[in-house]
Design a protein around this ligand. Sequence first.
Ligand code: GDP
Ligand code: MN
Length: 380
Amino acid sequence: MKLHEYQSKQLFGRYGVAVPQGIVADTPEAARAAAGKIGLPVVIKSQVLVGGRGKAGGVKVARTLDEVESKARDILNLTIKGLPVRKVLIDPAADIKNEIYLGIVIDRTSRRATMMASAAGGMDIEEVAAKTPEKIVRVPIDPFVGLPDYLARDIAAHINLPREHWAGFMTIAKGLASAFAASDASLAEINPLAVVGQAGGPDRLMALDGKIVIDDNAIFRHPDLAEMRDPDEESGAEKQAREAGLNFISLDGNIGCMVNGAGLAMATMDIINFYGGSAANFLDVAGGARADKVASALRIILADPKVKVVLFNIFGGITRGDEVARGIVGALQEVQTDVALVARIIGTNQEEGNRILAEAHIATAPSFAEAVQVAVKMAK
Ligand code: GDP
Ligand code: MN
């Protein structure tokens, strides 16, 4: 689950990361009022769960209240990478002297959270990683120790941060590491972490952007974070699937797949490709699926207009073939469809399952390969 910039920065702020004191607004008038409280100039920032808002015109500086209102209106009318902008964050505009990248991700190779930093901040870190990987310093974090001072200093030295900012950097880097661990995050990122000028004071480091992704498997431990979920983060189908307890990912092909078990689902997609077809989705109904879950899964698959045929590939272990068959037949009584269906059910209660499907005139195939071949043919 992704949190918005304003939520991420609030969270980081609780761990000692210096962040601007901004206000969220959902109308141009509210944006104007917020700017009145904060003081001009301000930066108006679209709150959508995608990167590259700056380039898409979703981040603008305003110097007068009229300008705040008109720019907020423009930004609130934007759709960025398919997501409508419903809120803007009004932050005091920063006098940026330098932009740094600072982030933490899980590195599967070292099996640790890994802090990454780069002097090339403000731009896409993926681009920096692809073109100039030597500009990124990576430091694995021991889960029992956290980020010690010496490692934070080491990172500061590697990105050539001037000495006067090392103390501020240590606080921020350690705060980010604590926020990451405490929230069960899979990613936490500040881009840019900026050196900003202050009227009548020395420059200081501040997190001007924030992004955090919480591991969905740990959300149950964080009811306060779960409440922050933005329904626009997911497509309608993905949301329905999550609520029904299904593992679902929408893809570009035209063969809808309903499979039990993630491994079998992956194998099914491979075999579909092997026979020249392409899957419309990955869907794992998981072990022991009962009829109602199967019906929800089928409704989700059939709601996708790309789907030309639905392939059921069920290995009955804990899952019972007859339950699955009843779910399919039950769902078809509610959802009218002329999409072709083909099923392969093997294992527990397969005879009963196949009998139920045959009675409902649903094509069955005796083997994995045959079921896929039939599906690929029907999709063409
Ligand atoms: P992103 O494009 O979605 O990553 O959005 P960011 O929050 O990172 O903003 C993009 C860019 O806008 C930053 O890299 C900065 O250069 C600029 N920016 C963000 N906040 C401010 C600000 O307060 N003042 C100024 N002058 N520029 C800002
Ligand atoms: Mn950014």
